[in-house]
Design a protein around this ligand. Sequence first.
Ligand SMILES: C[S@@+](CC[C@H](N)C(=O)[O-])C[C@H]1O[C@@H](n2cnc3c(N)ncnc32)[C@H](O)[C@@H]1O
Length: 250
Amino acid sequence: MGGDVAREHYARLAASYDENYAYSPAFVEWVSGCILRRLRPGPSDVVADIGCGTGLYARGLAEHAAAVVCVDASEAMLAQIPASERLITVAAPVEDVAAGRVDLPGERLDAILVKEMLHHVRDRAAVIAGLARLLRPGGRMLVVMLPDELTYPLFAAARELFAQQQPDPAGVAGEMRAAGLDTGLTYESFPLVFPTERYLGMVRNRYMSLLSAFDDEQLEAGIAEIRAAHPEQEISFTEALAFALGTASS
Ligand SMILES: C[S@@+](CC[C@H](N)C(=O)[O-])C[C@H]1O[C@@H](n2cnc3c(N)ncnc32)[C@H](O)[C@@H]1O
């Protein structure tokens, strides 16, 4: 998904993003715990959340760090971030930050979170290398992403498109190693249950950027396909996330 299409998608979604994407407070708490255990922010640390969106996870990081620099290309998403001295917003594409065309506040970063945004980036290796250069020695970069096989109960055409577009977490971990970071890759999963109509409403609202590739008619056909496969009142599935954690040498 190119820059303008992504910006349009997130501008449309911004106000309802947390409602659709947060799933539930328990889910956000689980993801936040996965992030905090790996990034280990300390009270004097400056952390950057790249592609932070509405700051869903920057908020949790800010409780443990001196400041979180929230970077996103979408002004509409950044506008949802609550006002806080510890949440500093920067409206910029990650490509500009990684190439040094946009400076972030502070000297070197102690930690960087990149959650579910790398699939929007064309030259991933260059972006990862550019971000790695912003880390202080011993600094950590955590990339959180969906695995390359979707666990969601979407319709077949959406699953196929996902398989074509989604970067492979092992490949991303390799790009982090190539950028000089000592990197490990782990996976965790969380069980989710939604009233079927709520899940179908999220799909109709194109809660994943991937769904923007389908027009209204295709989406309704896809929703009918999901409904036929899930006649039950509740849909359950597992959210799986890949965590690639890289550390800059000291
Ligand atoms: C799926 S959302 C993830 C938001 C947040 N990290 C989270 O997990 O809730 C992807 C975010 O990446 C941002 N984004 C997409 N392309 C970008 C780019 N080239 N530079 C910076 N941000 C970008 C979008 O505006 C959106 O807020």
